[in-house]
Write a protein that binds this ligand. Sequence first.
Ligand SMILES: [Zn+2]
Length: 420
Amino acid sequence: MIKYLLGAFLVFTFGFSAFAQHQHDEHCATSRKMAEQLEADPNLVTTRQQIEEFTARWIENNQDAERAVIIIPVVVHVVYKTSIQNISDAQIQSQIDILNQDYRGTNSDIGGVPTIWTNRVADCEIQFQLATCNPDGYATNGITRTETDVANWFGSDDVKVTSLGGHDPWPSSDYLNIWVCNIGSGLLGYAYQPGINPLLDGVVIGYAYFGFDSSSPSYDMGRTATHEIGHYLNLDHLWGPVADNSNCNADDAVADTPKQMEPNYGCDATYPHPSCGNGSNSDMFNNYMDYGNDVCLFFFTNGQKDRMRAALNGPRASLQNSNALNQCPVGVEEHILEASLNVYPNPASDVINIQSDQKDGLLTDARIFDLSGKMVLSESNIRLGFAAVQLDVSELKTGSYVLELRSENEVVTRRINIVK
Ligand SMILES: [Zn+2]
């Protein structure tokens, strides 16, 4: 009985403190997820310290250097269960366009910046393009599409693992990976900062917040991606890398963003909105690294630009040498089937799903051979695409087979196993 009461007490206390911590809605899980990784991996602590030292040194040495625009190759992994989650190519391109405005200071709403901050507004000289070459050197539109059984990811990095229903990253040295999915847990998105395990590296964003005119009224101008890519390029929130800065000890290591106590939400804040003794400098609530609605976020500062440019000349410098935007070494449309084909489950028992994550409506013939070369199944004129096509293999006995898919330009084979 005493044990039971103690348990109830602990649950109550923990529940209460969890509530207290979450009085600020966690729109973005970056700080929490970075903290979890730092706790789990002492090497990451060292790496992050080295990156901070590099950043300070680079900024000091490159104040007046002539700078060129840096282009970041992007791959967007759409992982969807419902058709509304399978956002269109046009929606994705609208997000790229928004990024290219926000990171050059050419966004049409930049005039909304209060006068006190206008001389801090930066043209970050960073641009984004969907990749034209995939990691195997084949032509791509920079978008992969994966149908999944996972209804809600609850903010999990499993979305970055093909075998768990997500999609493996393309090499993070060459691509900015962005996963668009039903992110869950009340999150808009999250990112990892430089130095993270390459298999986790990149940005995850809820499908309802990606691109222009997306399906969520407060977050329909693509500023979630602008914010998350800021983290990816080594920015922190204005209140620092902590959940709660009520003691004002934390900061974002950027000189021209005032110290700030907590997130600002909606479009509630008006100038001046002071905290942490920032006085007339005020909370910079229109900065992309605050939490306001998309329509109230307008700019990065010159100090934030310096940190991001340092990242692109340090821990993320390999992006500048990526072949992802060059002419592809293989680069022909004929290889689209080979490059984009997914066959699952394998082993299978009754049904095999075939799906292309890059091309919709690819007309193919499917045949299955046993290992003696005898054809055991044949289907013509299958329209392969983003949604999986099912082959009925219930008549096949346990064993290994070869699945052959033939399109106009290509023949692709996959070894499959049937287990009864
Ligand atoms: Zn954030």
